[in-house]
Write a protein that binds this ligand. Structure first.
Ligand SMILES: Nc1ncnc2c1ncn2[C@@H]1O[C@H](COP(=O)(O)OP(=O)(O)OP(=O)(O)O)[C@@H](O)[C@H]1O
Length: 247
């Protein structure tokens, strides 16, 4: 990076190690299962991220790629402040909004109720969500189904709604975990367009995806994570070529 970097940093990840605590039952559960057999026999730690550092800036759209289990979601959760690193630190200029495929929407509630729930989970007030409601439903393109329980939605439909909730307002820092892999072509195009808009209004967008096409279409920088380590950070074509070369 040039010594005279005048861009404004939005996220600084400074040498983080992240660990999960893994509780081992020590015994497979069988028919004769007793309470005693469920007691943890030991706690071990699993290091999911090793010494990751990078700086993200205003107006950047950063792809995060890597094999299953490489640590991409863990990195996003760390940037969002949901997991504390055991070493190093994460600094952010404003509260990052994390949009994950596992975002806590409730299947028995209608899409409309989940819009409220999702909005509150992202930190908006009830009045703010009510104000955003029309735009969210419009963007999602599932207005006809909005009063039906979410468990009746296809995975594409619920992903559209989740995405619509998350991008409803301009976040300065938006973390999107795998959302673009689902949804049809039109919706993907609309989503990519919205991500570009966010980026152009000085936001920083992180996009975790296994789709190199989505990453190429949207991102101007790519981080490649492998076994919890940052392998490469740079131009999308170069990083994707190196990742695919190794795959
Ligand atoms: N809550 C948890 N407890 C223990 N280990 C975990 C937990 N969450 C993730 N891991 C482990 O940490 C590692 C990184 O997981 P992570 O979900 O960050 O990977 P990923 O790159 O996002 O994978 P994918 O592409 O499959 O979504 C994996 O080995 C996973 O098994």
């Amino acid at each position: 990076m040039a010594a005279t970097d005048t861009r404004t940093p939005t996220v600084v990840v400074d040498g983080i190690d992240v660990e999960y605590r893994v509780f081992a039952s020590g015994k497979a559960a069988g028919n004769q299962m007793s309470l005693a057999s469920l007691k943890p026999k030991g706690v071990s730690t699993y290091r999911a991220l090793h010494d990751i550092s990078f700086v993200a800036h205003e107006g950047e759209s950063i792809g995060v790629i890597g094999h299953n289990g490489s640590g991409k979601s863990t990195l996003m959760r760390s940037v969002a402040g949901l997991i504390s690193p055991v070493k190093g630190a994460v600094y952010a200029s404003s509260r990052p909004a994390l949009l994950g495929v596992n975002a806590a929407l409730l299947p028995n509630l209608s899409g409309a109720r989940n819009v409220m729930l999702g909005g509150l989970a992202l930190g908006y007030s009830k009045a703010e969500v009510e104000e955003m409601y029309e735009d969210i439903v419009e963007f999602s393109g599932i207005r006809d189904f909005i009063d039906m329980p979410m468990k009746t939605y296809s995975s594409g439909m619920s992903a559209r709604l989740r995405f619509a909730i998350a991008i409803s307002r301009a976040h300065q820092i938006l973390l999107i975990d795998e959302a673009l892999a689902v949804g049809d072509k039109d919706f993907r195009q609309k989503s990519q367009e919205r991500i570009r808009q966010l980026r152009d209004t000085a936001g920083t967008v992180f996009l975790v995806s296994h789709s190199m096409k989505s990453i190429r279409d949207v991102c101007d920088r790519v981080l490649w994570i492998d076994h919890g380590r940052l392998m490469m950070d740079g131009d999308p074509d170069e990083v994707i070529a190196a990742y695919e070369g190794k795959a």
